[in-house]
Design a protein around this ligand. Structure first.
Ligand code: COA
Length: 373
């Protein structure tokens, strides 16, 4: 009789696809985005660059960057035209519910005469436009029309209504670094969800909606808001140790720490930490950086005492929280802003999965009652 395969709970270590999009080296702490080290491109690359990179598999020239920026600007304007018809989607209390319901109303596939690329650009643009529209509705304010002449990051800040803020360009630069850094990350849960949906032959928007649902969870994209709550609760570095110990003793997880794949510090944490340092250097003070570093040191030490065999270090969400706060984004928009960046990866994975033509359909082991038992 064949031996049953052991159940791979959480599918840890299971390779479910070949991908040319990104590589996560959990042992060495390295993230490669389409042939580029995330650490080397994030300080200067823009969201537009990421969109181009995942489509064409190389970084754009200046001229190509301008073309993508124009396409993306036009797509934001097209996406904005959907806002009046989004109805109650924008009234949903949870921002990720609002984003999910709003994106769900986009046409699932390219309309007649629209290319696959233009449709994907619309979905990418709409993620930012709808997140901003939700935020404005929440504040009881009218949505702000996109400015197609701006970069995507800068226009997202503008549409959120946090402009005119001091040093908006510096903030947009930091936000671009963030959006590029989180644009893709191997077979993470939301990307897997998108690929599963795409593998059934379903449409692009259905796959992205599934991904948004997965990203909402606190074990995936929902951690940075709670990281800021944690920093609020700790208040000063000297109180960090007692707070972290009490949380761990109560059996609660320290948000922004630990990772399924990384056994060293998440390289994205360093990229974002440097982006915050650059902001500070340029005069945009982040109140949190000193406190965050102190909490990270303490949390790493306390978690190491408790889980000697498992390196639990800062993940991307830890410094995401600090960076997005410094940029001026309200904490309830941290996870939607993650989606604004990650949508680039989702869209590329949907195409890649489609090209395989292979349905993702794993097996399960029945552990229920036998018939008649
Ligand atoms: N705080 C406290 N304990 C943690 C922890 C954290 N942040 N992360 C993991 N642990 C504990 C687990 O409870 C587990 O303990 P046990 O063996 O006593 O059951 C042990 O460490 C090993 O966990 P591990 O197998 O590494 O976790 P995972 O791969 O299932 O989960 C995460 C990875 C990211 C879900 C997990 O680290 C976590 O919940 N982190 C906090 C949420 C977060 O920051 N999410 C964003 C991810 S980018």
């Amino acid at each position: 009789m064949p031996q049953p395969t052991p159940t791979a709970h959480g599918l840890e270590g299971i390779v479910a696809a070949d991908t040319a999009l990104s590589d996560v080296d959990g042992e060495r702490g390295r993230l490669v985005l389409c042939g580029h080290d995330a650490e080397s491109i994030a300080p200067t690359a823009t969201f537009e660059d990421a969109l181009f990179l995942f489509r064409v598999r190389r970084l754009p020239t200046q001229a190509e960057r301008a073309i993508v920026a124009a396409e993306l600007g036009a797509a934001r304007v097209r996406a904005h035209a959907f806002v009046p018809a989004l109805g109650r989607s924008l009234d949903l209390a949870n921002p990720m519910d609002g984003l999910r319901a709003s994106v769900a109303q986009l046409p699932g596939l390219p309309s007649a005469g629209e290319s696959v690329e233009d449709h994907a650009t619309l979905v990418a643009a709409a993620t930012a436009v709808f997140a901003a529209a939700w935020s404005r509705r929440r504040a009881g304010a009218a949505p702000i029309e996109p400015d197609p002449g701006r970069g995507h990051a800068s226009d997202y800040l503008r549409m959120l209504g946090i402009a005119p803020i001091a040093a908006v360009d510096l903030r947009a630069r930091a936000l671009d670094s963030y959006l590029v850094t989180v644009s893709d990350h191997g077979m993470n849960a939301s990307t897997f969800a998108a690929r599963v949906v795409a593998s059934t032959g379903s449409d692009t928007v259905s796959a992205v909606v599934a991904a948004i649902g997965a990203l909402k969870g606190p074990l995936h994209g929902g951690a940075p808001g709670p990281v800021i709550d944690m920093l609020d609760a700790i208040r000063t570095p000297d109180l960090a140790e007692a707070w972290v110990r009490a949380e761990v003793a109560a059996g609660r997880r320290i948000m922004g720490m630990g990772h399924r794949v990384y056994r060293v510090r998440d390289p994205r944490a360093a990229v974002l930490e440097h982006a915050i340092e650059r902001l500070e250097h340029d005069g945009v003070r982040s109140e949190r950086l000193t406190l965050a570093r102190a909490v990270e040191r303490v949390a790493e030490r306390v978690l190491a005492e408790r889980h000697a065999g498992r390196a639990l270090k800062a993940n991307v969400e830890f410094y995401t929280a600090v960076l997005l706060e410094a940029v001026g984004i309200p904490r309830e928009l941290f996870t939607p802003t993650f989606a604004v960046g990650r949508v680039v990866g989702w869209l590329a994975h949907v195409q890649e999965q489609r090209a395989t033509g292979r349905l993702i359909r794993p097996a399960s082991r029945y552990v229920g009652a036998a018939p008649g038992a």
